[in-house]
Design a binder for this molecule. Structure first.
Ligand SMILES: [Zn+2]
Ligand SMILES: [Zn+2]
Ligand SMILES: [Zn+2]
Length: 495
């Protein structure tokens, strides 16, 4: 797993849960709002009144000294802020202003090399700095510093292999004090043999979700005060907008239609119609998101090796770097469209399904094409692959909800009420427990798996959850075996 995965996981765990999302928006935001209240123009204008100076500076983020001989500095500071605040409405922000908050000190902003937008290294109202928020949300990984920053127009990259993935990059202080060397954690930092630096001192460029301050300076307090206050929620919605329209701004979030929040899910539902009314739109949003994500993952510059399957169908073998970097997932049976973009053959494209995904033997993907005619099998270079999105799993969810709503016999009364969150007496299913819970031909179950099988067999509805690798599949297979033995007939299992 690379560090980007780690990071995403990390941030997902602190952003992802409902509780922490609320935390990000409400408590942090409220705290900041309080601090910032004194900075409206009205309260600043009383700076002129000497007797009030100390109380104003007190309110102003509380970081100024109050001893009389510092008064001059305080007022200069305030005049500066005041001027800036007056300016802001009149002056347009420069192109390198943070796309979230507008901060534009050259030392504090970096440009994303993938989308060419600028972001600052301040956290604003969120737990990650704006640039890190963007890179994680957009799955971008490469940046360049501003030409007028202390380090100049520099792209952080690995000294050894040239990788620019900032989530993998770190630095090692060299023996001389003033030099650091940038190296990616894997493999370069691990294999470095140069004696002038010590690999055990390697430290990441992104620490605690922001860039190290010697690389990108956190904006000053003054700059933060005058910046646009953007919430975690607004950042997420802005990033979503950018998928369709790269030029969207915060102002576009206010436009009608954009901000239509779906209905909140409930703990209890009146009936299956209400359930469908709330979950239907959510499944649609999820499907749209999945479709956009898949369809934006075109891979170009693919080199193909052609083969003929035993069924006489054309099979294209190739590598997909995006797959290796974890940006997309692929399963056997998924569809891809392969296109020829070179000049040795007329334009061609064909759809096929994946028959092999990368494994520990080879990184190649096997794509069996639907049609054999016209395949430019004499060409090997300049191919591109698009992911073909399929709505099947989302269609099934919608259909299931519709059936649930209109067909009262689609599930038992018990399951109907259970799904809608109604209070029910616990129900036990009278069954003859098997002597052995492990099923023939399957691995032996451990204690918690055995407990799960036993408990499922005695209840009308059960939910088994566990982290990857805990044996949910073996447990389910054992359950199916016992259910099939107990009630000859059909067994329904949702996975
Ligand atoms: Zn910012
Ligand atoms: Zn970007
Ligand atoms: Zn490297």
């Amino acid at each position: 797993m690379d560090s980007f995965d780690n990071f995403q996981y990390d941030s997902a765990s602190s952003y992802g849960g409902a509780a922490s999302v609320i935390d990000d928006n409400s408590s942090v935001y409220t705290a900041n709002t309080n601090v910032r209240t004194p900075v409206d123009l009205e309260s600043l204008s009383i700076v002129d009144d000497r007797s009030q100076t100390s109380s104003v500076s007190n309110g102003h983020a509380g970081h100024h000294h109050h001893s009389p001989h510092h008064n001059g500095t305080i007022e200069e500071d305030f005049d500066g802020v005041l001027d800036d605040l007056k300016d802001e409405s009149a002056v347009d922000l420069p192109p390198h202003a943070c796309s979230y908050c507008g901060i534009h000190a050259p030392a504090s902003v970096v440009k994303c090399l993938i989308c060419s937008k600028w972001f600052c290294n301040s956290r604003g109202n969120t737990s990650a700095s704006h640039i890190v928020n963007h890179l994680v949300r957009a799955k971008h990984k490469e940046v360049i510093l501003h030409a007028e920053s202390p380090l100049g127009e520099t792209t952080p990259e690995c000294y050894n292999c040239g990788s620019k993935n900032v989530f993998m990059l770190g630095f090692i202080p060299a023996k001389s004090d003033t030099v650091v060397v940038l190296l990616c954690r894997q493999p370069c930092a691990a294999v470095t043999k140069d004696m002038s630096w010590n690999a055990s001192l390697w430290a990441p460029l992104i620490d605690d979700r922001s860039f190290l301050s010697w690389l990108v300076k956190p904006p000053s307090e003054t700059e933060q005060l005058r910046s646009r206050q953007i919430s975690f929620n607004q950042i997420n919605r802005l990033e979503d907008l950018w998928r369709d329209n790269a030029n969207a701004t915060l102002a576009d979030l206010e436009k009608p239609g954009v901000d239509d929040e779906p209905q909140q899910i409930l703990v209890h539902y009146e009936d299956a119609y209400q359930y469908q009314n709330i979950f239907g739109p959510l499944v649609k949003i999820e499907a749209d998101y999945d479709k956009r994500l898949k369809e934006s993952q075109t891979q170009t510059d693919i080199t193909v090796r052609w083969d003929l399957g035993l069924n006489q169908k054309r099979v294209a073998w190739f590598g997909l770097p995006k797959l290796e970097s974890g940006e997309v997932r692929l399963a056997v049976g998924d569809e891809l469209r392969l296109r020829y973009q070179g000049e040795l053959h007329k334009a061609w494209d064909g759809v096929g399904h994946v028959i092999k995904i990368p494994n520990n033997v080879s990184d190649e993907i096997g794509l069996e094409l639907r049609r054999t005619e016209g395949v430019p099998s004499e060409c090997t270079h300049n191919f591109a692959a698009d992911f073909v999105w399929k709505s099947t799993s989302f269609d099934r969810m919608q259909l299931a909800m519709k059936t649930f709503a209109i067909d009262e016999k689609s599930v038992s009364g018990y399951i109907y009420h259970k799904l809608l969150g109604h209070e029910l007496e616990p129900q036990a299913v009278r069954t003859q427990m098997p002597k052995r819970f492990s099923a023939p031909g399957l691995p032996e179950l451990n204690h918690s798996q055995m407990y799960a099988v036993k408990s499922v067999l005695q209840k009308p509805i059960s939910l088994i959850q566990g982290p990857p690798g805990t044996g949910k599949t073996v447990t389910s297979a054992s359950i199916v075996y016992h259910l099939a033995k107990m009630n000859p007939g059909q067994v329904l299992l949702f996975v």
